[in-house]
Design a protein around this ligand. Structure first.
Ligand SMILES: Cc1cc2nc3c(=O)[nH]c(=O)nc-3n(C[C@H](O)[C@H](O)[C@H](O)COP(=O)(O)OP(=O)(O)OC[C@H]3O[C@@H](n4cnc5c(N)ncnc54)[C@H](O)[C@@H]3O)c2cc1C
Ligand code: FES
Length: 281
C-alpha cells in the first residue's frame, strides 16, 4: 500500500512518531530535508521533516507535534495500517555535513526530530558533536537515547528543571562558545529560540545554521507562502532552504509572518473540533 502507516508511537502528551512506507523518499532522503504530507484528498498540505529513514525497509519516520487542525487530525485519526493520501519529497536542500572540527547541535522541543539525523551524519563524517536538547518540561523531551548516540556529549535543559539543567538552551550554548573553538552551530526549534541562538553565535563570532519553519503551501517554490528575508534578500524556505545562516535571517519578519493567519487557524481548529464532537454524538 503506498504511504501505509507502519507504526505510530506516542512520544509525549502532544507528539507522536509515524513510520510511513515511502520507498522512493527513503531512497533519496538526506539530513535537513522534509516532505509535504496530505492526510486525505481534502486535507491541507503540511511540511514535516524527515526525522529518520531506512532505504532498506523503504520507510521514513515523521515526528509530529499537534498544534492545529491538521496535526491534531493526524494524531487522532492516522493509525497503524492506515494510509496517507500524499507524501511528496524529499524536498529542500540537504544540510552541509562538515567532516572535521567541533560543532554544537541545539534542539528545542520538536526540533529534536530534525536535529537527530543531522547530528548523526556529522558524527559519522568525523565531526565532534556536542548536543544540547531543551524543552519546557521533561514530558516534552523525546529521543534522548537517540541523541546520546548521535552526539559525543549531550546537555539536557528544561525550563522548569524537571529534567537536566534548569535553563534555556542558550545558557549552555553561550558557555560552550566561550570555552572552546566551535566550527559551527546548528539550531532548530521555535523561531524565537533560533533567534537567540543566532545572537549568542554572532557575539562569539561563530557561524550558525538554522532551519526555518515558515508556513508552506506547495513546497516547490511556486506559491511564495514560505518567503523569508535572509541577508536582505527574499528567499523561499522550501527550495532555497530550509537551512540558512542564522545571523542573516530577519527574525522579526519571520515571527510576524508565522502569526499572520492565527484567526484562520483558530477557526479551522474550531470547525474540526465541532465536526469531531458532532460525529461522536
Ligand atoms: C520545513 C518544515 C519542516 C517542519 N517539520 C516539522 C516536524 O518535523 N514536526 C512538526 O511537528 N512540525 C513541523 N513543521 C511545522 C508544521 O508544518 C506545522 O506545525 C503544521 O503545518 C501546522 O499545521 P496545523 O494545521 O496543525 O496547524 P495550523 O492551524 O496551521 O497552525 C497552528 C499553530 O501552529 C503555528 N504554526 C503553523 N505553521 C507553523 C510552522 N511551519 N512552524 C511553526 N509553527 C507553525 C501557527 O502559528 C499556529 O499558532 C515544519 C515546518 C516546516 C516549514
Ligand atoms: S511553500 Fe510555496 S514557495 Fe515555498
Amino acid at each position: 500500500m503506498p504511504n501505509e502507516i507502519v507504526s505510530v508511537e506516542p512520544l509525549g502528551p502532544q507528539t507522536k512518531s509515524f513510520v510511513v512506507r515511502a520507498p522512493r523518499v527513503a531512497a533519496r532522503a538526506q539530513p535537513g530535508q522534509f516532505v509535504v504530507v496530505r492526510l486525505h484528498a481534502r486535507g491541507e498540505r503540511i511540511p514535516l521533516t524527515l526525522a529518520d529513514w531506512s532505504a532498506e525497509d523503504g520507510t521514513i519516520t515523521l515526528v509530529v507535534q499537534e498544534v492545529g487542525k491538521t496535526t491534531l487530525e493526524m494524531g487522532a485519526s492516522v493509525d497503524e495500517g492506515s494510509e496517507l493520501a500524499d507524501v511528496v519529497g524529499p524536498l529542500g536542500e540537504p544540510s552541509e555535513i562538515l567532516s572535521e572540527g567541533t560543532v554544537v547541535c541545539v534542539a528545542g522541543g520538536v526540533g529534536i526530530a530534525p536535529v537527530y539525523p543531522i547530528a548523526r551524519a556529522l558524527k559519522e563524517a568525523g565531526t565532534h558533536v556536542i548536543g544540547i536538547a531543551g524543552a519546557r518540561s521533561e514530558d516534552l523531551l523525546f529521543w534522548v537515547d537517540r541523541l546520546e548516540e548521535a552526539c559525543h556529549s549531550l546537555v539536557i535543559t528544561t525550563d522548569d528543571g524537571s529534567a537536566g539543567r534548569k535553563a534555556l538552551v542558550t545558557e549552555p550554548l553561550a558557555e560552550i562558545l566561550a570555552a572552546r573553538k566551535i566550527a559551527r552551530v546548528w539550531a532548530i526549534g521555535p523561531a524565537v529560540m533560533m533567534k537567540f541562538c543566532a545572537q549568542a553565535c554572532a557575539k562569539a563570532g561563530v557561524p550558525i545554521t538554522v532551519s526555518l519553519n515558515p508556513i508552506m503551501v506547495d513546497g516547490t517554490g511556486m506559491c511564495g507562502a514560505c518567503r523569508a528575508e535572509v541577508g536582505g534578500r527574499v528567499r523561499f524556505a522550501c527550495v532555497d532552504g530550509p537551512e540558512f545562516a542564522g545571523d542573516q535571517v530577519n527574525w522579526d519578519l519571520l515571527i510576524a509572518r508565522l502569526a499572520a493567519y492565527r484567526e484562520e487557524e483558530r477557526c479551522a481548529l474550531e470547525r474540526y473540533r465541532r465536526m469531531v464532537r458532532e460525529a461522536a454524538a
